[in-house]
Write a protein that binds this ligand. Structure first.
Ligand code: SF4
Ligand code: SF4
Length: 727
């Protein structure tokens, strides 16, 4: 028998408070570092204990006496008796069908010899086992399949089974490597090599971080400097933390002073057009590709670039480092804005107050009752409910982008400035929340200058600059949430008192309003839901989500209802219970508002705790989204390079990469990046939470106690995500 043998909106309290000192967080930092180092060392330790990875391949049809030499490697075939001696510890037969494997998960011990057979029930499927140098193609209706070792061989050989040795402990995904349909990029299963040490270390790390953090928080001996009344407040206006663990104001680097060329650049009127113009051309091309190109998602550039490359770029780089920088480059509102302004580059100040369509826009005020994030929240959730269809159907992606473009034009014609971006764009919800973590901000240099400023040009606009398109009051800006980084206010200020600062990660901590809190709940729920549907081994869940192809409307309704219920009710419900418990632990009772003034921490309501502590889900949520996006780009990057050569799937080969064989980039290393990301997210959440707690409750011990319920929920969420990613 042929074998492939392998070894192979709450205003913060104005009372001075005492945030935990910097030294108390030293323990937390040491814990995080220790866990990260342990994780980094794991593969090295186990590599030395793992069996050798040399592989021997026997072609199909050769007698079992082993006449088939390993032509690829030149290695001699194993003797028959040697092969008989390869007694398998596990025998696994995997059945592939659109879009999952059965069994979808199996467990072996490190060093086990695994005998593997593959069959397909419907179409040609692939099988790529991460970390084990094994790839196969499985044809339907055949008991044999083709296999190769991709690191050494170009061609496949027909085999009946594969024998390999399970490598170091951890989770290894087996993925479809042959385009088999719309959801092909997400077809996968899981092999767990026991003991799953990375997962265990991750969970232990999460609890160690939480325990170390609370031990530091409850530490009775004050270490380092603390804030005293009259010294320096723990927060700046708007909830900017004075650095949890420090009485010093947080650092800021004035980028426009530091880099004069940047100062010159952001004051150019043509800057935005120079960025948006090419984007608009690209958008138009994507719409054409979506409507007229290949209907297979991973062969059409609108899907590979928008849903894989752009989404990854947005989550991992643009938002954490640039805040809403994308909003300056986004082509969707550009056409409406140009129409409403009747200018591509220049300024037309009188047009701002006109109420006539002849001047481009009616400039109506957006209805107050529809302001806030509720509409973007629900639109984002709706889009995500059909995202499995969206990310696999180029025409649908084109239709959605086209509809957004049209809606933006209509809203610009009817309403003031960027009402579309602010009150309707589904992405606004995501960007608004996570731009709080960004490492840049537009802020005033000196509030005293603004206090003495009579012109308020940043609010009214000038002949050189439009008034804030985002309906913000620039000189009062204290959060990133709704600043589109358009630089109009920087141009407008005659005193050069507005600038762009670099700042620490997660510097805005003030969530204002229940709508913003709900966004945090929706986002953390969605990242878990996506991880189950798109990254999980469960073909059935994908079948439910893939309603347009499968037609299982009951399953789709169940899937959608479960996601909506979890995002809108279950997660907020748990948070509400935690808020009541937090208030009780702080010594104020679970509900109601006992008498007390606004500064003694006794009038803090459950609602305030609920809203303010929702921020704990922001750093953790962002890191979870990054961890989620990482495998999407590392595993599917060849779809991007292929579609660049053949953007419409019409058989072009512009750059010679159209026929590039699918090959993931270091997929077995992904868990070792995901775990530290989640742990760092948890640690930042807790540290920032401590700052918020000290704003709400001036008494240190009450602040620490109040943080326990939400801290525990954050640890639980981290563990759930760890389970989904690496468990
Ligand atoms: S930012 Fe400039 S224009 Fe605006 S209020 Fe301050 S000084 Fe005046
Ligand atoms: S005008 Fe200023 S505050 Fe308004 S969006 Fe542009 S950069 Fe942000």
């Amino acid at each position: 028998m042929p074998k492939l043998l392998g070894h192979h909106r709450h205003a913060p309290s104005s009372a001075p408070s005492r945030p935990p000192s910097r030294l108390r967080f030293l323990g937390l930092g040491v814990t995080v570092t220790a866990v990260v180092c342990a994780l980094a060392a794991t593969p090295l330790v186990f590599d030395s204990r793992s069996p050798a990875t040399a592989t021997v391949l026997l072609p199909a049809g050769q007698p079992s006496a082993g006449g088939g030499a390993d032509r690829a490697s030149g290695a001699p075939p194993p003797a028959p008796e040697a092969r008989e001696a390869v007694a398998a510890d596990r025998e696994v037969e995997i059945t592939a069908r659109q879009y999952g494997y059965e069994p979808h998960r199996f467990e072996v011990d490190a060093g086990d010899t695994v005998r593997l057979r593959l069959v397909s029930l419907d179409v040609v499927h692939g099988f790529f086992l991460e970390g084990h140098d094994l790839e196969a193609e499985v044809l339907p209706g055949k008991l044999t399949f083709k296999a190769r070792r991709p690191s050494r061989e170009e061609s496949f050989r027909e085999v009946e089974e594969v024998v390999f040795t399970a490598g170091r402990p951890g989770k290894y995904r087996y993925r479809c490597s042959v385009t088999c349909g719309t959801l092909h990029p997400f077809m996968q299963g899981e092999m767990i090599v026991r003991p799953n040490l990375p997962f265990r270390l991750g969970v232990a790390g999460a609890w160690a971080i939480a325990l170390g953090f609370f031990a530091a928080l409850f530490c009775p001996v004050p270490v380092g400097r603390s804030n005293r009344p009259g010294e320096s407040p723990s927060t700046e206006p708007g909830g900017r933390p004075a650095g949890a663990g420090s009485s010093r104001p947080p650092w800021r680097l004035d980028l426009l002073r530091r880099f004069p060329w940047l100062d010159w650049l952001v004051r150019r009127r043509w800057l935005q057009l120079a960025i948006v113009g090419p984007m608009a051309v690209v958008l138009f091309f994507f719409l054409v590709a979506g409507l007229f190109g290949s209907p297979i998602g991973n062969r059409n550039i609108i899907v590979t670039i928008v849903w894989i490359f752009w989404w990854f770029l947005l989550i991992t780089l643009l938002v954490p480092f640039g805040g809403r920088a994308w909003c300056m480059a986004c082509p969707l509102p550009a056409f409406g804005e140009w129409l409403a302004r009747r200018r591509l580059i220049g300024v037309r100040p009188e047009g701002e107050d006109s109420k006539s369509l002849r001047t481009g826009s009616l400039n109506r005020r957006w209805p107050k009752r529809f302001s806030g994030l509720w509409i973007p929240n629900l639109l984002f959730l709706s889009m995500c409910s059909v995202s499995t269809i969206l990310v696999t159907r180029p025409a649908l992606t084109a239709a959605v982008l086209g509809a957004m473009l049209l809606a933006a034009v209509v809203i610009h014609v009817l309403f003031r400035r960027r009402s579309f971006c602010r009150y309707l764009c589904p992405l606004n919800a995501w960007m608004s929340l996570y731009s709080m973590t960004a490492m840049v901000e537009v802020r005033t240099r000196d509030p005293e200058v603004c206090a003495g400023c009579k012109k308020r040009s940043c609010v009214r606009g000038t002949e050189e600059a439009w008034r804030c398109p985002w309906l913000e009051i620039p000189f009062q800006l204290d959060r990133n949430n709704y600043c589109g980084l358009c630089m109009e206010c920087v141009k407008a200020c005659p005193n050069r008192n507005l600038t762009v600062n670099a700042r620490p990660f997660c510097s805005d901590v003030a969530i204002r309003g229940v709508d913003e809190a709900w966004m945090a709940f929706i986002m953390i729920t969605l990242v878990a839901a996506y991880s189950i549907t798109l990254l999980g081994p469960w073909g059935l869940v994908r079948e439910w989500a893939n309603v347009t192809e499968v037609g299982n409307w009951t399953g789709f309704a169940l899937h959608t209802a479960a996601v909506w219920l979890a995002a809108l009710v279950v997660t907020p419900g748990i948070w509400l219970l935690g808020s009541r418990l937090a208030r009780w632990l702080a010594g104020l009772g679970g509900r109601g508002t006992p008498p007390g003034d606004a500064t003694d921490g006794k009038s803090v309501t459950v609602r305030q705790i609920f809203v303010r502590y929702a921020y704990l889900l922001v750093p953790l949520g962002l890191m979870a989204w990054i961890a989620f996006s990482l495998p999407l780009i590392l595993v599917n990057y060849t779809h991007i390079t292929s579609s660049l050569s053949d953007p419409l799937g019409w058989g072009w080969n512009l750059f010679g990469t159209a026929d590039q064989h699918w090959r993931p980039l270091a997929p077995e290393w992904i868990p070792y990046i995901q775990i530290p990301l989640l742990l760092i997210g948890l640690a930042v959440s807790l540290v920032r939470g401590a700052g918020i707690a000290s704003e709400l409750f001036p008494e240190r011990s009450a602040a620490a106690r109040s943080l326990i319920p939400h801290g525990v929920v954050c640890v639980a969420i981290t563990v759930v995500l760890l389970r989904l990613f690496v468990g």
